[in-house]
Design a protein around this ligand. Structure first.
Ligand SMILES: [Zn+2]
Ligand SMILES: [Zn+2]
Length: 90
C-alpha cells in the first residue's frame, strides 16, 4: 500500500497542485516530495485519489509514467482527468 501512494505523488503532485486548493484557506498548493504544501497555512497535505462518481479512494494500478486508477465499487477505470485528488491533512 505504501508503494501505491508513492506512485500517486511521483506522477502527479505537480499537475495536481494546479487544480487542488488548500482545504483550509483555498489558496494554491505547492507540490512537495510527499504531496502538497500550503504556504499560507504552513500545512502539508497528502493527496488521495478519489472516484468522481462515488467519492471512494481509487486503487492505483501501475507505476510512474502510466498510472491507471481503478474504482472497486463498479465504476471501473477512471481517466486521470476525472480523478478527484483530495488533500488530506497529516
Ligand atoms: Zn492554506
Ligand atoms: Zn466509484
Amino acid at each position: 500500500m505504501q508503494e501505491n501512494r508513492k506512485d500517486i505523488f511521483c506522477l502527479s503532485a505537480q499537475e495536481v497542485s494546479m487544480f487542488v486548493n488548500c482545504p483550509i484557506c483555498q489558496n494554491e498548493l505547492v507540490p512537495t516530495a510527499t504531496g502538497v504544501h500550503c504556504e499560507h497555512c504552513h500545512q502539508d497535505f497528502k493527496l488521495e485519489a478519489r472516484c468522481p462518481d462515488c467519492q471512494q479512494p481509487l486503487e492505483v494500478l501501475k507505476a510512474c509514467g502510466a498510472v491507471d486508477y481503478f474504482c472497486r465499487n463498479g465504476h471501473g477505470l477512471i481517466s486521470k482527468k476525472r480523478v478527484e485528488f483530495i488533500p488530506i491533512g497529516e
